[in-house]
Design a binder for this molecule. Structure first.
Ligand code: NAD
Length: 369
């Protein structure tokens, strides 16, 4: 059966980095027998320019029919003045809600070759490999009522609602436990159960769910402590699961432990395991069009796509190994370059990954890791 993958390059460096990820997919299709059909569509500012809206109907229909979506990045100064509904980010939010992408998986993995890139001491972060599972479609970002109202005395008051149903907690919990099962069998659930009733329920549901996963060691941590621990001793974590807002903050903090924004992929999954895959960084307008953007986060997003939506952990592992091999050889885009390494551009980095995949194929048939 052939899998449909929708490619959405987006804006800024999006088309440049996505082109390299497509080279990897085409290589796997042509040389490894991966059955994929690649379709392309517009999203974000590029879609606003062409059609007047950041998420055209045609793009949405293709996304709904696809097994997976690969996205570059959206946005840029050109579209910042537009009214809210036509801003590029609305395209992303629209895709997330239309596809029901409730589970956001963000690995923070520091390749030993890049330990110097972190602002933390190399010994604290070298070998870091953690996964944050963030609930993406509920919690305080979506809860109602919300708004800004004027009180009787004329003072204004802003308010939002933090709300999670048991079923919402359970479904993100399952994704997290399953993820821990595929990794090192440790899951830390992050909440604020000492203050928030919603968190109390979160903890209760996670604990109950844990009984069905006796092979996963479940722990709980308050979000303030978790933040401190992430910076103090991040290697203690394997998988962390948390709410939308806590996850928003913790995942950016975890990403920065690695020091290289151009290296980190992400996946957003729905209940059927279909998903949208994208680098965690934005459209980097400051370097767009110069051929120097790091394509590795997008290429590693392809690895996540292969693992989570196409059921091909073997090929995912092969892509990840190819990236490691290229770093071993000292190839670096400017954002991760250090003394003694060889600077390359976006396309050369993509070509090097494809070449490493090719070698891998000849030295380790099947590319299993
Ligand atoms: P950014 O992530 O685009 O850039 C931050 C810094 O990191 C910049 O200096 C940039 O050059 C660098 N950088 C980012 N990706 C890189 C890569 N692959 N290789 C080398 N360097 C890289 O964040 P920003 O500057 O705050 O935002 C720029 C635009 O992107 C804004 O319009 C913002 O709204 C949008 N944005 C989009 C997404 C998304 O599409 N998911 C996420 C964040 C920001």
């Amino acid at each position: 059966m052939s899998h449909k993958i929708l490619i959405l390059p987006g804006d800024g460096i999006g088309p440049e980095i996505v082109a390299e990820a497509v080279k990897v997919l085409e290589h796997l299709r042509d040389r490894r027998g991966l059955q994929v059909e690649l379709e392309h569509a517009l999203v974000g500012g590029a879609a606003v320019d062409a059609t007047g809206t950041p998420l055209p109907e045609e793009t949405l229909a293709l996304a709904r029919a696809a097994d997976a979506v690969l996205l570059g990045a959206v946005g840029g100064p050109r579209w910042e003045g537009l009214e809210r509904e036509r801003r590029p980010e609305r395209g992303l939010l629209g895709l997330r809600s239309a596809l029901g992408l409730f589970a956001n998986l963000r690995p923070a993995l520091l390749y030993p070759q890049l330990a110097q890139a972190s602002t933390l001491k190399a010994e604290v972060v070298a070998g870091l490999d953690l996964m944050i599972v963030r609930e993406l479609t509920g919690g305080i970002y979506f809860g109602r009522p919300r708004g800004i109202r004027t009180l009787e005395n004329g003072e204004r008051e802003g308010f939002n609602t933090l709300v999670y149903r048991e079923s919402e907690i359970e479904r993100i919990g399952r994704v997290a436990f399953e993820t821990a099962r595929r990794r090192h069998h440790r899951l830390c659930s992050v909440d604020k159960a000492n203050v928030l009733e919603c968190s109390e329920l979160w903890r209760e549901v996670m604990t109950r769910l844990g009984e069905a996963y006796p092979d996963v060691e479940l722990s709980h941590m308050y979000v303030d402590n978790a933040t401190m621990q992430l910076v103090r001793a991040p290697k203690q974590f394997d998988v962390m699961v948390t709410t939308n807002m806590f996850g928003d903050i913790l995942s950016d903090c975890a990403a920065m432990l690695t020091g290289s924004i151009g290296m980190l992929p992400s996946a957003s999954l729905n209940a059927e395991g279909r998903g949208m895959y994208e680098p965690i960084h934005g459209s980097a307008p400051d370097i767009a069009g110069r051929g120097i953007a790091n394509p590795l986060a997008t290429i590693l997003s392809v690895a996540m796509l292969l693992r989570h939506s196409l059921g091909r952990p073997d090929l995912a592992g092969a892509v990840e190994q190819a990236v490691a091999r290229v770093l071993d050889r000292g190839l670096r885009t400017p954002d991760i370059a250090t003394a003694g390494t060889r600077q390359v551009g976006t396309a050369e980095m993509g070509d090097a990954v494809v070449a490493a995949l090719d070698e891998f194929e000849h030295t380790d048939t099947g590319g299993r890791t």
